[in-house]
Design a protein around this ligand. Structure first.
Ligand code: NAD
Ligand code: UPG
Length: 480
């Protein structure tokens, strides 16, 4: 029986390995992690991450051919194929701080593999890493290899949170990069054999190592660029009276452009886009390509602009101050169907409003008060380190209250901000919300989920990203 071990039981390691175990009953899969609470949660009824469909897949194979364990060394020792899916956060100190990927966790995993291995292994990069990381990993593994043969493969993951199980069951493609040598081809085939259990042959792409590593960064840069492009247009729509949904639809019906990923928003979030583009920018700079670096940097600048533009709209609409006004925040996760808050635009919007002394009442169906308080107190990039290395007791923000109901959050509020597109927000009784709010009552829709005209009929003043402006906002000076 082939044995797989995955180091890192996070948003990628957990679901990916659960699906491999589900689809390959002839393979034994162990997912290991240094975080004891995370592994305990994977072994319990309350999994550590919320992902539609994940519970069923895990329950189907757990303790049969899928195991979660903190005994990292034992499972690495026994494995034929070792996936590494650990954090690769943005460096906060030293060379490349604020841009380069921090490979501390990767390096320590590689050193541990080298220490405990007694048999040949295929080591698979599942984490998103800078181009040429495989070369560094190879050096660590082979430096004192005791005659063991290691083959390094790059097999980046393309799943999106909220649809991870769907994406893993039916991927657009699986990408495997390896050395172009007989041993390299053999290793690529071994990994291909795993995915072939359920992925059609023509969707398994094989490339050289560097193409696979770079394709992951490129794919995320292209996706984020589409969002920044439509968000840049949303500002122009507001200035001209065009409607960004109509523009995006008209643009997206060109088959060369395509309709997906053109939803204007308060900005993209998530653990990957910003981190991976910063990483790409750094690699370009290191390779003497400042113009290329500058080009990609602009995607992040527009994203930051979009978030601050949203805050400015709120403050300027509400008589230029939100001091001591109750603002209801509906949605804190970076997108619907996940409890993940890493790099969520809600952090920047809330901090902007708190900077203007607002009182926030936050409701998200999947995010706990503790998480929200941590997010609003942590330093940038701290969130992307293993749990036990994050600050333990952040200072509680007194002006932030978290509630478990949208009606409670909006009661007596001056304004409602929608920051995540949870389906339940579309079905809210806005008449009831209006009746219980201070007047004038404002709605700032950062996800374009509400029917602005219906809300205006009720009496709300409504701002929707990239839509023709409410008369109230039109008369105000433009904000930047
Ligand atoms: N989250 C996503 O949607 C997504 C998608 C594609 C790729 N990625 C990439 O995958 C990688 C992992 O992302 P994630 O979201 O799963 O992160 P995560 O923080 O959820 O999980 C990483 C896990 O690795 C563990 N870990 C760190 N060092 C370890 C070590 N030396 N030994 C054992 N365990 C260790 C941590 O405790 C943590 O549980 C990152 O490089 C990320 O960029 C993420
Ligand atoms: O039209 C759109 C689409 C997305 N978003 C926002 O963009 C962010 C990212 O969304 P999405 O890409 O759906 O989720 P992620 O889980 O971050 O997945 C991205 O990042 C992963 C990590 O690298 C990759 O594996 C995936 O392919 C890639 O889609 C979220 O804040 C979304 O709300 C928009 O604002 N408008």
């Amino acid at each position: 029986m082939v044995k797989i071990c995955c180091i890192g039981a996070g948003y990628v390691g957990g679901p990916t390995m659960a699906v491999i175990a589900y689809k390959c009953p002839d393979i034994e899969v162990a997912v290991v992690d240094i975080s004891v609470p995370r592994i305990s949660a994977w072994n319990s009824d309350q999994l550590p991450i919320y992902e539609p469909g994940l519970d069923d897949v895990v329950k189907h194979c757990r303790c049969k051919n899928l195991f979660f364990s903190t005994d990292v060394e034992k499972h690495v020792f026994e494995a034929d194929i070792v996936f590494v899916s650990v954090n690769t956060p943005t460096k906060t100190r030293g060379l490349g701080a604020g841009k380069a990927a921090d490979l501390t966790y990767w390096e320590s995993a590689a050193r541990m593999i080298a220490d405990v291995s007694k048999s040949d292994k295929i080591v698979v990069e599942k984490s998103t890493v800078p181009v040429k990381t495989a070369e560094a990993i190879e050096k660590i593994l082979t430096h004192n290899s005791k005659g063991i043969n290691y083959q390094i493969l790059s097999n980046p993951e393309f799943l999106a949170e909220g649809t991870a199980i769907q994406d893993l069951f039916n991927p657009d493609r699986v990408l495997i990069g390896g050395r172009e040598t007989p041993e390299g081809y053999k290793a690529v085939k071994a990994l291909k054999d795993v995915y072939s259990h359920w992925v059609p042959e023509d969707r398994i792409l094989t490339t050289n190592l560097w193409s696979a590593e770079l394709s992951k960064l490129a794919a995320n840069a292209f996706l984020a660029q589409r969002i920044s492009s439509v968000n840049a247009m949303s500002a122009l729509c507001e200035a001209t009276g065009a409607d960004v949904s109509q523009v995006a639809y008209a643009v997206g019906t060109d088959s060369r452009i395509g309709p997906k990923f053109l939803n204007a928003s308060v900005g993209f979030g998530g653990s990957c886009f910003q981190k991976d583009i910063l990483n790409l920018v750094y690699i370009c700079e290191c390779n003497g390509l400042p113009e290329v670096a500058e080009y990609w940097k602009q995607v992040i600048k527009i994203n930051d602009y979009q978030k601050s533009r949203f805050v400015n709209r709120i403050v300027s609409s509400m008589f230029n101050t939100v001091a001591n006004k109750k603002v209801a925040i509906l949605g804190f996760a970076f997108k619907k169907d996940t409890g993940d808050t890493r790099e969520t635009p809600a952090i920047d919007v809330c901090q902007g409003l708190l900077g203007d002394k607002a009182q926030l009442s936050i409701y998200d169906p999947q995010v706990t008060e503790d998480q929200i308080q941590r997010d609003l107190s942590m330093n940038k990039f701290d969130w992307d380190h293993p749990l036990h290395l994050q600050p333990m007791s952040p200072t509680t923000k007194k002006k932030v209250h978290c509630v478990w109901d949208a009606y409670e959050a909006t009661k007596d509020a001056h304004a409602v901000c929608i920051l995540t597109e949870w389906d339940e927000f579309k079905k809210l009784d806005f008449q009831r919300i209006y009746d219980n709010m201070q007047k004038p009552a404002f709605v700032f829709d950062g996800r374009n989920v509400v029917d602005a005209n219906k809300l205006r009929e009720i009496g709300f003043i409504v701002y929707s990203i990239g839509k023709p402006l409410d008369a109230w906002l039109k008369d105000l000076p433009a904000v930047a």
